[in-house]
Design a protein around this ligand. Structure first.
Ligand SMILES: Nc1ncnc2c1ncn2[C@@H]1O[C@H](COP(=O)(O)OP(=O)(O)O)[C@@H](O)[C@H]1O
Ligand SMILES: [Mg+2]
Length: 323
């Protein structure tokens, strides 16, 4: 758990980067700090692990006021991932990932076991990558290693500052999904910085939307889209909030809420989406000119469809007005 109580930060030159922020990130919650460049996201994040000092207020991590904790002790309980992954270029991947456990004096066996676990978690076989150096890996692989390193000593809290921001859109999207999958089983308390509303909607349990260091709205993604607290929020989430809401719902939701009729066997050139696919991806397929029919498949293997864009739109509309 991370608690911010009336936190402010003034940089030299009277720059008020954070202005009276009070929010709580509950245990196991994934919270995204969202907002335009310069709104104070990085500053707020860096105050948690004392890379920046607070000017006013209080921050508590796992119930302990950070100012009463030893900085170095404290950082071991917080995983930190940044955009420029911060890997040490002259150290092997294994040594990079195991930096904190090494500092903590883990035995060789403990470290080897943990390293293998983490590498399998991020989908990079330990025997294949352990002896590699960072420059031998792709950007996406380096970011995965950054995540593995942050998880190494199993910290309850993770701070992530645009960790996937430097990756190209396709790789980024894949890593976001992998990371969500990991989070579903690990249930870390995560504070994650992004300036990208789509990324925030996809990942967050809750979003903190900031402007000029002030919280504009702290809410679930659906609430931000459907009930923006003010003009700024409405403008930031954009005109096409119904389209964005599509990312919040899956094929499973549609099949439970407003199932299309059970259909015949699809043609070889048709698309079939499984229960876990987002309705946004289904709609994109429907809007692709070359696409023939789009079908939905439930976990029992039953096929429904063909589904129409209008069906999806009316489902999402119904969900958002009744939410
Ligand atoms: N070390 C610093 N010294 C002075 N001003 C800073 C410093 N770091 C950030 N700022 C200012 O604080 C504000 C918030 O910056 P930052 O937290 O980096 O925003 P974001 O991460 O949302 O882009 C900006 O106006 C920025 O110029
Ligand atoms: Mg920043």
């Amino acid at each position: 758990m991370i608690e911010f109580k009336n936190v402010s930060k003034v940089y030299p030159g009277d720059i008020k980067a954070i202005d009276d922020v009070s929010i709580t990130v509950e245990h196991g919650e994934f919270v995204v700090l969202l907002g335009p460049s310069g709104c104070g996201k990085t500053t707020l994040l860096r105050m948690v692990n004392q890379l920046e000092e607070l000017t006013e207020g209080e921050i508590a991590v796992e119930g302990n006021n950070i100012q009463e904790l030893n900085k170095f002790e404290m950082r071991r309980n917080i995983g930190y991932v940044i955009q420029s992954n911060g890997l040490f270029p002259n150290m092997t991947i294994e040594d990079n990932v195991m930096v904190v456990p090494s500092m903590l004096g883990w035995t060789k066996e403990e470290k080897a076991e943990r390293f293998a676990y983490l590498m399998n978690l991020i989908g990079m076989p330990p025997e294949q990558y352990g002896e590699s150096f960072p420059h031998e890996l792709s950007g996406g692989q380096q970011q995965r290693i950054g995540v593995a390193r942050a998880l190494a000593a199993d910290p309850p809290v993770m701070l992530m500052d645009e960790p996937f921001g430097a990756l190209d859109p396709i790789i980024r999207s894949r890593i976001q999904e992998e990371f969500l999958e990991i989070q579903r089983s690990l249930k870390k308390t995560i504070l994650f910085v992004s300036h990208d509303i789509d990324e925030a909607i996809k990942l967050a349990d809750k979003i903190v939307l900031l402007k000029d260091g002030k919280v504009q709205q702290f809410d679930k993604p659906a609430e931000l889209l459907n009930q923006p607290a003010n003009e700024f929020v409405a403008e930031f989430v954009g005109e096409d909030s119904v389209l964005k809401s599509l990312s919040l719902y899956t094929v499973k939701d549609l099949l439970e809420g407003a199932p299309p009729t059970e259909g015949a066997a699809p043609d070889a050139s048709d698309a079939i989406f499984e229960e876990t696919a987002s309705l946004r991806s289904v709609l994109s397929a429907l809007l692709t000119p070359s696409q023939k029919n789009v079908w939905l498949k439930n976990n029992e293997g039953r096929i429904f469809g063909p589904v129409s864009a209008a069906q999806i739109e009316s489902f999402v509309h119904r969900m958002t007005v009744t939410a």
